[in-house]
Design a protein around this ligand. Structure first.
Ligand code: HEC
Ligand code: HEC
Length: 197
């Protein structure tokens, strides 16, 4: 019994290792991304690198192309975005597609609620009024309009992006997010990170 289990585990391990050795997305992620985003894609706040695990492939690819071209992160005043710009400019379209697929298949992170940002109830109200039409009621996003989910990223990162949109360091969509106070942004981040994914 134990022997069968060991043999099974060993075969699974070999198969997985072999599969990953063949997958250009897995290899590139391990060699070029995991230093900041971690092997499991759970991110690292001290590097300001968000969790990526479970983000849809089309969004990951869109963003990598935006980073590569400098449309996102091209401005050195946006230090975290600029780091990604420096990383992405060497990626070609083929590898970007593999990376998107690899990241989408990583298991989403659950502990995204890391800060005491206070009122998720007030955040819910604001979110449903101003954001739901595009990002969906539960923050699942919508592919046809290229709108990302907001239920996979940590609170500190969501807040950073709202700051970036406000300072025009990153383009949001054709529609600006409405003028929000710091506390309102925090409330929205608290609401989003309390959602299950
Ligand atoms: C030197 C650290 C570093 C490395 C290496 C790195 N990243 Fe990042 N990444 C970041 C930071 C910091 C951000 C946040 C940028 C911001 O705040 O706008 C980020 C953001 C992203 C985003 C945007 C997420 C979102 O929700 O919009 C994607 C996608 C991404 N990285 C993918 C990758 C991939 C794929 C690789 C490997 C090819 C990689 N990163 C390598 C630091 C890094
Ligand atoms: C008109 C549609 C629309 C509305 C309304 C909207 N968004 Fe967005 N949002 C987008 C699009 C499109 C993107 C992707 C931008 C890109 O490609 O870089 C985005 C990106 C974001 C991101 C970045 C996610 C990431 O992983 O980096 C955050 C955070 C965000 N929106 C917050 C909000 C908030 C908060 C509201 C409401 C106050 C809101 N959005 C309302 C369309 C919308």
């Amino acid at each position: 019994m134990i022997l069968r289990f060991l043999l099974f585990s060993f075969t699974t391990f070999i198969c997985q290792t072999f599969a990953n050795d063949q997958d250009p997305g897995a290899i590139t992620f391990r060699d070029n991304c995991s230093a900041c985003h971690q092997f499991d894609g759970s991110g690292n706040e001290s590097m300001k690198a968000p969790s990526l695990a479970g983000l849809p492939r089309w969004y990951v690819s869109d963003q990598l192309r935006k980073f590569r071209g400098g449309e996102r992160g091209g401005d050195s005043k946006d230090a975290p975005g600029h780091l990604m710009h420096m990383t992405a400019f060497k990626l070609d379209d083929r590898i970007i597609a593999y990376l998107g697929q690899y990241v989408q298949n990583l298991k989403p992170v659950n502990n995204r609620h890391t800060k005491d940002f206070d009122s998720k109830e007030k955040g819910k109200e604001l979110y449903l009024k101003n954001c739901k039409s595009c990002h969906g009621e539960n923050g699942v996003g919508n592919k046809p309009d290229r709108v990302p989910p907001l239920d996979k990223q940590p609170d500190w990162y969501l807040l950073n992006q709202m700051h970036n949109f406000e300072k025009k360091l990153r383009k949001h969509s054709e529609q600006q997010i409405p003028k929000l106070s710091e506390q309102q942004m925090k409330n929205i981040a608290a609401y989003l990170t309390a959602l299950k994914n």
